[in-house]
Design a protein around this ligand. Structure first.
Ligand code: KG4
Ligand code: ZN
Length: 331
């Protein structure tokens, strides 16, 4: 399966066997192109995908040692994401599928992040509860079977990654903010400032906009505060809420395991606290490598493999769906 991912600012292609054996995974980041604007500029992203995708696909095929006629199907992310960016990947995938006369599979980006947790460990026993934390989404999902999901909670305002990016921008740490805060927090005191933990004991929804405002207000009132202490205290507040709700959800549904996915799952403190929680609670932990947490095409090929088995090929008139949600099933 050739996977293609172009939903935001990473141009990626990968070749994956049987839904989990990664033969190649190439990711070309556009971070440098967008950094000076402090965020992703959609038109710049689309143009960069159009320029980069062909060489990125070629590299993925060469690295995987694929000969002509070796690809059985082509999967691409068709949503959610930036419409122009998605269209580049979807059109390319459909063209390749037509030329090679193989099935095209349209993949939901959120489902792909869930499947990233399976890439490293296909022995996953269900049900599992997955904490999906990225730049655009924050949700706790119960996965009861392949393609069977129940969303237990999600953010009512900012996504966790968005909060990292906004706070980093306010602190002058640049874009993308998550990795910058992660690095700086290592030199700060996470107990220095008692930032709020919103909705900690209420259900499984999240709210991060109040925390962001609390950071701004604290820095305004204490202009000499050490930025590393702010970063560490902010990160601790986010991670506390994420891990607390994930554990509570896993206990409630009697999950066999807990998984982390999405770009924020690359965060050092979240990874550490997640593994501690799995040990303490006696649940199996599934933690993808950092490279498989952030956007990549191996996860798209993995999800595409399961979708192809379940639903067959996607129609060639499938378009980009920028606001696509996770397909939810009853329990
Ligand atoms: O999954 P992803 O690559 O793209 C989306 O689908 O959104 O996630 C990107 C988000 C960004 O907000 C970025 O700041 C955050 O993931 N992120 C991190 C870290 N690495 C990436 N947040 C916290 N700590 C990190 N180490
Ligand atoms: Zn993503």
């Amino acid at each position: 399966m050739l996977g293609i991912e172009t939903s935001c600012d990473e141009t990626a292609a990968a070749v994956v066997d049987d839904g989990f054996v990664v033969r190649s995974s190439v990711v070309s980041s556009q971070v440098d192109l967008h950094a000076r604007y402090g965020g992703v500029v959609p038109e710049i992203a689309s143009r960069a995908h159009a320029e980069l995708l062909t060489p990125v696909v070629a590299e993925a095929l060469v690295e995987a040692g694929v000969e002509d006629g070796d690809i059985d199907a082509v999967a691409a992310t068709y949503g959610p994401g930036l419409v122009g960016a998605l269209l580049v990947g979807v059109s390319t995938a459909k063209a390749l599928a037509l030329v090679w006369d193989v099935p095209f599979v349209a993949v939901n980006h959120l489902e792909a992040h869930l499947y990233a947790t399976l890439l490293d460990d296909p022995s996953l026993e269900l049900p599992v509860v997955v904490l999906l934390v990225s730049g655009g989404h924050t949700m706790v999902v119960e996965m009861t079977g392949h393609g069977r999901y129940r969303v237990l909670g999600s953010t009512v305002d900012d996504a966790a990654g968005e909060a990292f990016d906004k706070v980093a921008r306010y602190l002058g740490l640049g874009y993308p903010g998550g990795p910058a805060i992660d690095r700086l927090a290592m030199h700060g005191d996470p107990t220095a400032i008692a930032f709020p933990r919103a909705m900690l004991e209420e259900g499984y929804d999240f709210s991060f906009s109040g925390l962001k405002t609390a950071v701004v207000n604290h820095v305004r009132r204490h202009p000499d505060v050490a930025t590393a202490d702010v970063a560490a205290s902010f990160q601790a507040a986010v991670v506390d809420v994420l891990v607390h709700k994930l554990r509570r959800a896993a206990a409630e549904v009697g999950a066999k395991g807990m998984c982390l996915g999405g770009g924020v799952a690359a965060n050092s403190l979240l990874r550490e606290r997640f593994l501690d929680a799995c040990t303490t609670d006696g649940r199996r932990g599934f933690l993808p490598s950092r490279a498989m947490c952030t956007d990549n095409a191996a996860m798209v090929a993995a999800a595409g493999w399961w979708r192809l088995r379940a639903d067959g090929p996607s129609p060639l008139d499938t378009g980009a769906v920028p606001g696509l949600g996770l397909p939810v099933t009853a329990r």
